[in-house]
Design a protein around this ligand. Structure first.
Ligand code: NI
Length: 165
């Protein structure tokens, strides 16, 4: 297993829409294992493939109860609303209040290519919604009001310039 480099805000891949995987090959399993290792190393609650430079629909989440790895995740239903602060490994030192569904049902393929359907709540539900956003090029800062976004503009451009340096 290898530790992957986490792409930071300003990297164009974070704004792209990721492609579904057609099959779960050994290379996908290796990607999942490397993503899990990277998520734990940086103490993230979740990680998506585009954050490690891969434009594919793969996410991993560990909200403390169980490790979830999903390929081609689809959120089938959402229930309730909850606002909480979120961070993102791609946007260091920025936290944003994000309203998410409190409970979700998500389906996808697991590491072995088996179809799974999970009912999640709490942090796991929040983290899956955050990671699925990444697969569609959406970042937590997109949930900020215009005014709040102006307030962290300097911080964001600092992250962006580190990226290109
Ligand atoms: Ni993130």
């Amino acid at each position: 297993m290898s530790l992957l480099t986490v792409r930071k805000y300003g990297d164009p891949i974070l704004r792209e829409t990721c492609q579904p995987m057609n099959e779960i090959s050994d290379s996908v399993r290796n990607l999942i294992d490397d993503m899990v290792k990277t998520m734990y190393e940086y103490r993230g609650v979740g990680l998506s493939a585009p954050q490690v430079g891969v434009k594919k629909r793969v996410v991993v989440v560990d909200a403390g109860r169980e490790l979830i790895a999903l390929v081609n995740p689809e959120i089938l239903s959402k229930e309730g609303r909850e606002v909480a602060l979120e961070g993102c490994l791609s946007i260091p030192d920025v936290q944003v209040d994000v309203e998410r569904a409190a409970k979700i049902i998500v389906e996808g393929l697991d590491r072995e290519g088996k179809h799974v359907k999970l009912a999640l709540d709490g942090l796991a539900a929040r983290a899956i919604q955050h990671e699925v956003d990444h697969l569609n090029g959406i970042l937590i800062i997109d949930y900020l009001s215009f005014v709040k976004r102006q307030l962290i503009k300097k911080k964001l451009s600092a992250i962006g310039s580190q990226q290109s340096a």
